[in-house]
Design a protein around this ligand. Structure first.
Ligand SMILES: N[C@@H](CCC(=O)N[C@@H](CS)C(=O)NCC(=O)O)C(=O)O
Length: 221
C-alpha cells in the first residue's frame, strides 16, 4: 500500500502598513477583530517614503498603504480588503444584520473614507506652498466631515457607530479621529456624539491592541 504524505504549506498573511496611517489601522483592526493571524511589514511613508519605490509599486500600483497578502494573493484598498475578509471569514461579523443598517454603515464609511481621509492624506502636503496652508485646508474639510458625522451618528449610534454592534464604520471612525486629534490638533468637543463615541471606542480591546502607539513600540523592539 502506498502512503502519501501531503505537506501542509502555510500561507502567510502579511499586512504592508505604516503605523500612523489611518487606512492601515482600519485593516489592522479588521484582522485583529476577526482573529486572523498576520505579520505587519512596515512601509515608511513619511521619512523614507518607501511606498514610492519601484519595489513597493509591484505590491500596490497606487503606491499607498495598506496592501494585504492573503490566501496567496495581494489585495489593495482598505475597504476592498475589509469586504474580502468579511466575505471569506464572516464570523465574527463586521456588518449589521439588516439592509438598512448596512446602508447606514456604508454612509458613515463613505463620509470618512471619501470625504475626510483623502483630504488629510500626507501625500497632498507637497502640493501646498506651506505646511500651514495644507493644515488649514485639511482642517476645513475634516470639520465639515465631523459636522456630517455628528448628525448621522446621533441617529444611528448606540454603543458603536451603528447600534450596539461593532462594524466597519467603527474601524473607519477611530483612526480618522485619531488623525484629526493628534496630527491636526482638532477639538472634538463641539461634536458631542462623535467625541463620546471616540472616547468609548478607544477603550475597546480591538482599538487598544491595534493602536498606532502599540504598533510603533512593536516595530522599535
Ligand atoms: N483608498 C485608499 C487610500 C490609501 C491611502 O491614502 N493611504 C495613505 C496612508 S492612510 C498613503 O499611503 N499615503 C501616502 C501617499 O499618498 O503618498 C485605501 O483606503 O486604502
Amino acid at each position: 500500500m502506498e502512503i502519501y504524505f501531503i505537506k501542509k504549506v502555510e500561507i502567510r498573511t502579511t499586512l504592508y502598513a505604516f503605523w500612523l496611517s489611518s487606512c492601515s489601522w482600519r485593516v489592522r483592526a479588521g484582522l485583529h477583530f476577526k482573529k486572523i493571524p498576520f505579520e505587519e511589514k512596515p512601509v515608511d511613508i513619511l521619512r523614507e517614503k518607501r511606498h514610492l519605490t519601484e519595489e513597493f509599486r509591484t505590491i500596490n500600483p497606487a503606491q499607498k498603504v495598506p496592501a494585504l497578502v492573503i490566501d496567496g494573493t495581494t489585495i489593495t484598498e482598505s475597504m476592498a480588503i475589509l469586504q474580502y475578509l468579511e466575505e471569506t471569514r464572516p464570523e465574527p461579523t463586521l456588518m449589521p444584520n439588516t439592509p438598512l443598517l448596512r446602508t447606514r454603515m456604508r454612509e458613515i464609511c463613505e463620509i470618512i473614507v471619501s470625504g475626510i481621509q483623502p483630504l488629510q492624506n500626507v501625500g497632498l502636503q507637497s502640493h501646498f506652498e506651506t505646511k500651514e496652508k495644507f493644515h488649514t485646508f485639511t482642517k476645513y474639510w475634516t470639520e465639515r466631515g465631523l459636522q456630517t458625522l455628528e448628525k448621522q451618528l446621533k441617529n444611528t449610534s448606540g454603543l458603536y457607530c451603528v447600534g450596539d454592534q461593532i462594524s466597519m464604520a467603527d474601524l473607519c471612525l477611530v483612526p480618522q479621529l485619531y488623525n484629526a486629534v493628534t496630527r491636526f490638533q482638532m477639538d472634538l468637543k463641539q461634536h458631542p456624539t462623535v467625541s463620546k463615541l471616540y472616547e468609548s471606542l478607544l477603550q475597546q480591546e480591538v482599538f487598544k491592541e491595534t493602536h498606532p502607539k502599540n504598533i510603533n513600540k512593536k516595530i522599535q523592539e
